[in-house]
Ligand binder design. Structure first.
Ligand code: NDP
Length: 268
């Protein structure tokens, strides 16, 4: 039986074991999935794979450290400069990828097309960096980055040849707002300035909680009809990691089933 795990700190709250155990059962894969909490990321990863471990999901705060590991890196994790999936390939080499971007795009496409749309990315941390390359692949008409610390927004915008603006600038004429800050986890809202949103605007929060986030409530109040949290993204990035490890992509119905189960669990 192959062993997989999510590694982070803290990690007890992670929903990844539930998702992967479900995929494994439904896809009849002989695998076990655990949680690993560590203070010494590199040493723990080394020990895990030396002991025969097959694959890891990497979560906060280690995604950037995982990028520093000596590994065969995918193009998308090189662009993101962060890794959320590690595994040993058939030749015994350590491989690294980042499935956060494709996870977000798959989920977002359930609500809106991305091609030719004007996107506003709020936040300039690891999650923003991780999803921008995948969003660009879908050819939006523009992406603008806004961040509390404007210097970080400028650096990220320069790297991907995008626009940026200070948070005090009014939000007008965007089709999709993506909240890639961690403000919702603190039950707060980034200091955004916006008078109203068109009903067609899609407001997507990468964070998820047991109830709609402050950002979702804010966007709804300003007029957006479609407000979404990041639980679907979590399931989609997990499915992509599972496919990298097991060469089987859990089907749409399975992904929707586990999403429903997680939602019910969060709300219970
Ligand atoms: P980082 O710590 O790398 O970045 C945090 C970002 O949030 C920075 O841009 C920071 O701004 C901003 N921020 C934090 N607090 C506030 C606040 N009160 N007001 C305004 N801006 C704030 O975190 P990540 O990028 O890794 O994660 C961001 C979010 O994405 C988290 O909510 C995380 O849960 C979510 N996420 C969801 C995933 C999913 O599968 N659904 C996957 C990955 C991430 P500044 O630079 O000015 O400090």
């Amino acid at each position: 039986m192959k062993l997989y795990a999510v590694i982070g700190n803290p990690v007890s709250h992670s929903l990844s074991p539930k998702i992967h155990e479900y995929f494994a059962r439904q896809c009849r894969q002989d695998m076990r999935y655990e949680r690993i909490k560590t203070n010494d990321f590199a040493a723990t990863v080394g020990a895990f794979f030396r002991a025969g471990g097959a694959g890891l999901n990497v979560t906060l705060p280690f995604k950037q450290q995982a990028f520093e590991l000596e590994a065969n890196q995918s193009k998308r994790c090189q662009l993101a400069k962060a890794v959320n999936t590690l595994w040993i390939n058939a030749s015994g080499q350590l491989c690294a990828d980042n499935t956060d971007g494709i996870g977000l795009v798959r989920d977002l496409l359930k609500y809106t097309s991305i091609e030719s749309k004007r996107l506003l990315v709020i936040g300039a941390g690891g999650a923003a960096r991780g999803v921008i390359p995948a969003l660009l692949e879908k050819r939006p008409s523009s992406i603008c980055i806004v961040n509390r610390d404007l210097r970080k927004a400028k650096l990220l915008a320069e790297e991907f040849s995008l626009d940026c603006m200070p948070m005090s600038q009014a939000i007008v004429n965007y089709d999709v707002l993506l909240n890639a800050t961690s403000a919702s986890l603190q039950h707060s809202l980034p200091p955004l300035y916006c008078a109203r949103l068109a009903p067609s605007v899609v407001a997507y929060d990468l964070a998820y909680l047991s109830e709609p986030t402050v950002f979702m409530n804010w966007a709804k109040k300003l007029g957006a009809d479609t407000v979404v949290d990041g639980l679907g993204m979590l399931v989609e990035q997990a499915a992509e990691s599972f496919a990298l490890w097991r060469e089987i992509m859990p089907g749409y119905r399975l992904r929707m089933n586990i999403l429903e189960q997680l939602r019910a669990g969060l709300q219970a």
